[in-house]
Write a protein that binds this ligand. Sequence first.
Ligand code: NI
Length: 226
Amino acid sequence: MIIIDDLLTKSDVAQFRQQLSSVPFVDGKNTAMGMAAGVKNNGQADAQDSRVQQLANLLLSKLGNHPKVISAALPQRIFPPCFNRYSESQTYGYHVDAAIMRIPNTPDVLRSDMSMTIFLTDKDEYEGGELVIQTGFGEQKVKCDAGSAILYPSSSLHKVTPVTKGERIAAITWLQSMVSDQQMRETLFQLDQSIQSLVNAGTAEREQLDGLHHVYHNLVRKFSQV
Ligand code: NI
């Protein structure tokens, strides 16, 4: 699980919230596939609405350019984000995300390697509504402030606990990675982050950093499928 703290600024969040307050929302069950529909109880901004499509594209451009998203996901394709809203007592029970998704209005499909939630309401605006992800180390509960996002493997079971007070608004999307192997992707992320911290510390010699960059890019070259 990777938290991205600074994905959206406060003014970005305000803009998304303001726009979302005037678009139609539909029953989230409409877009859930198979067994997920039975446990999904939320509202989703109508993806047929041109204003919603514009918001999705705006968010997509912010995601696709963010260095930490690129480093963690090595994205090849990103699904147009969906905006959802959980009002009081709404919830989404345990489910797995579909492995293959058709990208709307294109002939393309996407393999979901990583799932992402982008929080558009602050933690203290609602109670409950935690994203819970099953991991090899037990259940991890996540609740971030508006503008922050979490990336996690799409292969994991996850749920959103019932909102007991207030309203939870978030965007969700899925990324197909150039590196489908989760362990290799995580290792590449660790290597890239370690190189970045050495660069930022300013203590390593140019030649040493070149050596590490060389290794990183050769690993990406070997393990990516493009
Ligand atoms: Ni899901």
